[in-house]
Design a binder for this molecule. Structure first.
Ligand SMILES: NC(=O)C1=CN([C@@H]2O[C@H](COP(=O)(O)OP(=O)(O)OC[C@H]3O[C@@H](n4cnc5c(N)ncnc54)[C@H](OP(=O)(O)O)[C@@H]3O)[C@@H](O)[C@H]2O)C=CC1
Ligand SMILES: CCCCCCCCCCCCCCCC(=O)OCC(=O)COP(=O)(O)O
Length: 397
């Protein structure tokens, strides 16, 4: 793609006509800035800013050493401490800008290096993503694909997985070497299917480096109205399925003494809110299981990351199941106002690369709620009871 892009840009600018040159000159600062940014790599920008800072700083030192002495001498014979004070004053007032430039430049260079290193560590890594047909899983597929990972995309809907594969291989917006993803279709609630799928997954590349347990379903309902079948279905999808898949893939990871298991949990794996009993229970169980797994797997050098996002703008509420097992089918306001799944997927990638153990990806209020639950449980429970009464009232009216 980079080659393709360079060609396009080259063909546009190789022989600019006088009218296009004039148009470029007249197009104003915003367009020129955009053009400048398009043509210059972030590396050269960061380097330029650092050099500006370094150059400014050196020039300042020279001028203070040379010019500073002259002016002080011309003004008579100042006392040595007066001279020192003047020099320090000039230095501090004039050094701020170049220092700032230097710091920004060095910070940008550091960030770019970090970004490069992060992406490089995923080059050719075998990454399995469950629930890749939709929402966060789909966006994870895009960011890991763009980082050069060898993907195994899992889901229940074969066509959706094939469509995603086509979309990924058609997009070439990456400089790294990419790989055509494999797809494995299975239902996480079917234990036999999970066993079969594990064999298929291992056949794709022979091993797995990263398993992202992302697939999940949410739930809306009052405990008193909810059938146990519904509780089981949510637990099977969000807990027993991912646990079975993880256990089935672990022996091959242990053999290689290498592997990384990721569980996409939820803020609701840390706090429970009313009318989400089955969902919150499944996510609390996820948190507990993968915390235990992390401890047990350390000796085999297998990493475990639990990610607990707040609301994300996906189909989760639409696909949620209700007390009687039917599809909820409503895009909740909280979901619609959630973070963009692409942003969250990037944070997932960062957490994987940095081998984080436990990550909360939520706004301030849900994050504070987690602390409130621990530090002042009584207050938290009262708030949740109030919330339950309020929601019940609005449902009844
Ligand atoms: N959206 C949000 O606000 C938040 C989401 N999360 C978590 O993020 C994860 C992804 O959800 P999100 O993208 O939001 O929701 P979506 O409903 O958009 O995606 C859910 C994915 O899970 C798959 N899935 C559901 N049931 C099964 C099953 N029985 N077997 C196999 N695959 C299944 C779906 O596949 P299919 O196409 O077959 O239905 C789909 O790909 C979930 O674990 C969710 O709990 C966490 C916090 C907040
Ligand atoms: C010190 C002051 C603290 C104030 C805390 C007040 C408590 C406010 C309660 C906030 C509750 C936040 C709930 C967040 C839930 C969430 O983010 O869930 C993520 C999901 O998994 C979404 O699934 P759903 O199906 O429920 O849409």
């Amino acid at each position: 793609m980079c080659k393709g892009r360079a060609k396009e840009a080259g063909s546009e600018t190789r022989r600019p006509s006088s009218s296009s040159r004039a148009a470029f000159l007249l197009s104003g600062i915003p367009q020129s800035w955009r053009e400048f940014r398009r043509r210059s790599s972030p590396w050269s920008l960061a380097l330029a800013v650092s050099l500006c800072g370094a150059f400014g700083f050196v020039e300042l030192l020279v001028s203070v050493c040379a010019g500073g002495n002259g002016s002080i001498e011309a003004a008579g014979r100042p006392r040595p401490d007066e001279k020192r004070l003047q020099t320090v004053g000039v230095m501090t007032s004039m050094a701020i800008l170049p220092l700032l430039f230097g710091c920004v430049g060095i910070f940008s260079l550091f960030k770019l290096l970090q970004c490069m290193w992060m992406k490089a560590s995923l080059q050719d890594a075998v990454v399995v993503i469950t629930g890749a047909t939709s929402g966060l899983g789909r966006e994870c597929a895009k960011v890991f694909y763009a980082a050069g990972a060898k993907l195994v995309l899992c889901g229940r809907n074969r066509e959706a997985l094939e469509e995603l594969t086509k979309e990924l291989t058609a997009s070439q917006a990456t400089k790294v070497q990419t790989h055509k993803p494999f797809t494995v279709t299975f239902d996480l609630t079917d234990p036999e299917a999970v066993v079969g799928a594990t064999a298929e997954i291992l056949q794709c590349f022979g091993y797995v480096d990263v398993l992202i347990n992302n697939a999940g379903v949410s739930y809306r309902g009052a405990i008193l109205d909810t059938t146990t079948d519904v509780d089981k279905r949510v637990m099977e999808t969000n807990y027993f399925g991912p646990v079975a898949l993880t256990k089935a893939l672990l022996p091959s990871m242990i053999k290689r003494r290498q592997g990384h298991i990721v569980a996409i949990s939820s803020i609701q794996g840390k706090i429970s809110i009313p009318f989400r009993s089955a969902y919150a229970a499944s996510k609390h169980a996820t948190q507990a299981f993968f915390d235990c797994l992390r401890a047990e797997m350390e000796q085999y050098e297998i990493k475990v990351t639990i990610i607990s996002p707040g609301y994300i703008h996906t189909n989760l509420s639409l696909n949620a199941i209700t007390a009687d097992g039917s599809r909820y089918g409503v895009m909740d306001k909280t979901t619609a106002q959630g973070r963009m799944p692409m942003e969250v997927a990037r944070d997932v990638l960062t957490a994987v690369v940095k081998k984080k153990k436990d990550v909360i990806l939520a706004d301030l209020l849900p994050s504070l709620a987690v602390y409130l639950r621990t530090l002042a449980p009584g207050l938290f429970f009262s708030l949740m009871a109030y919330r339950a009464r309020r929601e019940q009232k609005s449902k009844n009216s």
